[in-house]
Design a protein. Structure first.
Length: 67
């Protein structure tokens, strides 16, 4: 498995987790849980941005990893 493939899998996993947290935040009535889910979702969005930045860097520096 190439670095590019592994990075894409990591990005997809974080996207799925962020979406799940946002869904939980929308569905819960517990305000404490809602805030926690929103916070976790935002943290995952920040991680996702960093992973995407790293993926772009990899693609620029290592063209053989492009898919």
């Amino acid at each position: 498995m190439t670095v590019g493939t592994q990075m894409q899998q990591a990005i997809a996993g974080v996207q799925a987790a962020a979406t799940t947290m946002k869904t939980f935040a929308l569905e819960t009535q517990d305000q404490t849980a809602k805030k926690e889910f929103q916070h976790i979702g935002q943290t995952l969005e920040n991680v996702l941005q960093k992973l995407n930045d790293r993926n772009n860097y990899i693609n620029q520096q290592e063209p053989q990893y492009r898919q």
